[in-house]
Design a protein around this ligand. Sequence first.
Ligand code: URA
Length: 185
Amino acid sequence: MPGVGAATAQIMIVGEAPGANEDLQGHPFVGAAGKLLDNLLAKIGLGRQDVFVTNVLKCRPPMNRDPMPNEAEACLPYLRRQFAIVRPAAVLILGRHALERMLPGVGSISRVHGQIFMRSDVAFMPCYHPAAALHNGALLADLERDFERVREYLDRLFPQPEPEPEPAPAAAAEPASPSEQLPLI
Ligand code: URA
């Protein structure tokens, strides 16, 4: 399951590995963790159309066990190539396995989640994995705060244009002379 999203997406989301549902459907994050991911994205005004979603591992590990280091190594060239094609401005790293592969040595997910690591002008933002928050509800508030940080960063990076001021109400205009009237047909 390689990943899904627009090659022009500014945001890349990298999880751990496809699960059973993802393998069957060929889409990342389609199970319960995927629903939570969609909710978290919606809360910060984003949808799947705005992001490219993939995983460190491109295949489901047997019995859904944790990825082995050699499996992640084997898939990394694929992820690097995806990264080079999409060229995202921000990368959300979901969970400790993706963190260990993408930002080795920065610290544990419980210590660095919600922080921004700039690498070659790209913001790497580790967050708890949505599945972790499904297992341990106490992490949900942290995860929501991590996503709010992502929103704040995106707002700084892509400031919304100021809304156009409302036009002043037009003074009651004189009826146009016949020569100024626009023909309807
Ligand atoms: N968990 C992941 O890390 N990736 C998926 O695609 C689904 C669940």
